[in-house]
Write a protein that binds this ligand. Structure first.
Ligand code: VG1
Ligand code: CO
Length: 574
């Protein structure tokens, strides 16, 4: 096997963000951009461990996925990797990738390279992404991604082997360098489905979905969710194929944002009559769900009803042990990212469970799971999951909700809806009114300035050195009682992650949080998170925008966002 050393020069911007390295596809296709980053990953791993190892290389099917897989296979061979697994057609969802790394051939995989920019649009003009996951199936932690960035800044060569062609469309083993390097094209649903069957009661779900008063629709948003939806909801549970929409993967996601929220999953939102509950008709499904480009996100809808992701994880946690076999002996603990609402905290409190507040990004849950401290966790950004893998899991969330519906409807004559279950939850635990405003594609300078100002103001407030009514008169009677920049100390390995979001907390526990996104490919996206807790049973029916009106006003005044960025309203509200 002849390893070729190709000379290269560094790029200075290969710093992984919240979830891997994301850039415009064209950037990845230019020069040695992709080879440099892949080589930097291998240069950050011990050569003796890589030698003869097995890794997974697969993606969400977006434009450039297949070319990138071939390039990465050649570099993997050049760096001593023995076997690359890849999904048929180069496809594999992010949660299935985690399951394959952990489970396939008793977990022999050393790690995986996942090609996705997740919910970001795809195509030659849009985004591509690369993420490295370690042998526990989870995204590499900051210590490793930091090392990859350092290596990328000093890179001078990459190693490759010229490989003969192989067919990504046919399952099978391709012995490309006999005895040294092979590619195995695998069914990307097999190990994942086998794992899900150990978690959920599939026979029970099969019976439940056949109820004449139940119907559902799943929107794959033209991402990799499609093949999984087909396999699990149709082939395994027996639902008709008419329950699937947008379930054929496309390289450009049909031109849309493969992001399951009320704005981008508009087809599904329309079918479910979420924004127009008055126009619900006989055929409106009881249950609707959508997945993002790489199928780690989920949106859960009832008939005419939106379940916020923060509520979803709280409802799942509260009912998991009763309705999902995997959790029947109880939960080890729960966790949420800092900007996610405190709905989960209320459940943890009542159930006597440990609750961990982590920075944004799934990688922070992994250590807690590996240490046996965490069973169920979620993020406000439509991410929900458990310790069965080390990624959020879009299909798992749907099966969790189906299990809850099946449990709640065990002996019912009249169907108890998703809305009924959420309202029941609110009446037990109170309601966390919640909203996130996204200002996309802002200029970086002003966005950084706004964050710096907020940080400075926070320390003044904390020191008590400011008359708050000078910021806004409402603050005289409704003061900010705490303001800081969130810092997380991992309770397992002691590592510290600072500057993870600025939070202003009010006298009634309401919060405003500001963060800059770490998943965009150009400029800055500002995220503003608003949350207000309501325990008064009479006040559970407000419109979210009404309940959050004052906080929204205060967010504008405190941050000065409009004057600094020129934005008058958010691009997306979720
Ligand atoms: C966003 C979300 C975060 C999520 C991340 C990756 O990050 O806010 O909660 O973990 O995307 O999700 P940011 O830094 O842009 O706010 V995915 O579906 O892209 O893997
Ligand atoms: Co995703």
């Amino acid at each position: 096997m002849s390893v070729i050393e190709v000379k290269t020069t560094p790029y200075n911007d290969q710093k992984p963000g919240t979830s891997g390295l994301r850039k415009k596809t064209k950037v990845f296709m230019e020069g040695n951009y992709l080879p440099n980053f892949i080589q930097s990953i291998f240069d950050s791993l011990p050569a003796d461990e890589l030698k003869g190892s097995t890794i997974l290389v697969s993606g969400d099917g977006r434009f450039y996925n297949k070319d990138a897989i071939r390039i990465i296979c050649e570099i993997a061979a050049g760096n001593g990797v023995g076997t690359v697994w890849t999904g048929k057609d180069g496809l594999c969802s992010t949660p299935a990738a985690s399951a394959i790394i952990r489970e396939r051939e008793k977990g022999i995989a050393y790690g995986g390279i996942i090609l996705t920019a997740s919910h970001n649009p795809g195509g030659p003009e849009n985004d591509f992404g690369v993420k490295y996951n370690t042998s526990n199936g989870g995204p590499a932690l900051e210590a490793l991604t930091g090392k990859v960035f350092e290596k990328s800044k000093g890179i001078t060569r990459y190693l490759k082997v010229d490989l003969p062609p192989f067919d990504l469309h046919a399952i099978g083993t391709y012995d490309l360098v006999p005895g040294k390097f092979k590619v195995e094209v695998i069914d990307p649903t097999e190990d994942y489905v086998a794992l899900l069957k150990t978690i959920f009661d599939f026979p029970k779900l099969q019976t439940f979905v056949k109820r004449p008063d139940f119907s559902m629709v799943y929107d794959g948003m033209h991402g990799v969710a499609g093949p999984y939806g087909k396999r699990i909801f149709c082939e395994e549970l027996g639902l008709p194929s008419s329950c699937l929409t947008n379930c054929d993967p496309k390289e450009d996601f049909g031109g849309g944002h493969p992001d399951p929220n009320l704005v981008y999953a508009h087809d599904l939102v329309e079918v479910m009559k979420v924004l127009k509950p008055d126009s619900i008709i006989e055929s409106t499904p009881e249950f609707g769900a959508a997945g993002d480009g790489d199928c780690d996100r989920n949106m859960i809808l009832g008939k005419g009803f939106f379940v916020t992701p923060s509520d979803s994880v709280a409802v799942i946690a509260s009912l998991a042990s009763a309705s999902i076999p995997y959790f029947k002996s109880g939960l080890k603990g729960v966790s949420r990212s800092m900007p996610t609402s405190g709905a989960l905290d209320r459940v943890a409190e009542k159930m006597g469970l440990a609750m961990y507040e982590t920075p944004t990004g799934w990688k922070f849950f992994g250590n807690l799971m590996d240490a046996g401290r965490l069973s169920i966790c979620g993020e406000e950004s439509f991410g929900t999951g458990s310790d069965h893998i080390r990624e959020k899991d879009g299909i798992w969330a749907v099966l969790a909700w189906l299990s809850i519906l099946a449990f709640k409807n065990q002996n019912t004559a009249k169907f108890l809806s998703v809305e009924h279950i959420v309202r029941e939850h609110w009446s037990t635990y109170g309601r966390n009114y919640y909203s996130r405003y996204d200002y996309e594609g802002c200029e970086s300078g002003p966005a950084e300035k706004m964050m710096a100002n907020l940080r400075e103001l926070a320390s003044k407030i904390q020191a008590g050195g400011i008359d708050q009514s000078s910021i806004s008169p409402e603050l005289a009677t409704y003061p900010i009682v705490r303001a800081d920049d969130f810092e997380y100390k991992d309770p397992v390995d002691g590592s510290v992650s600072s500057k993870q979001g600025i939070r202003y907390i009010f006298s009634d526990g309401s919060r405003i949080v500001w963060r800059l996104s770490g998943t965009g490919s150009v400029g800055a996206t500002i995220r503003v998170y608003l949350e207000k807790y309501e325990s008064d049973k009479e006040k559970m029916d407000q419109r979210t925008e009404d309940a959050l009106q004052l906080l929204s006003l205060l967010a504008a005044k405190i941050s000065n966002l409009e004057a600094l960025t020129g934005r008058t309203k958010p691009d997306v509200i979720t």
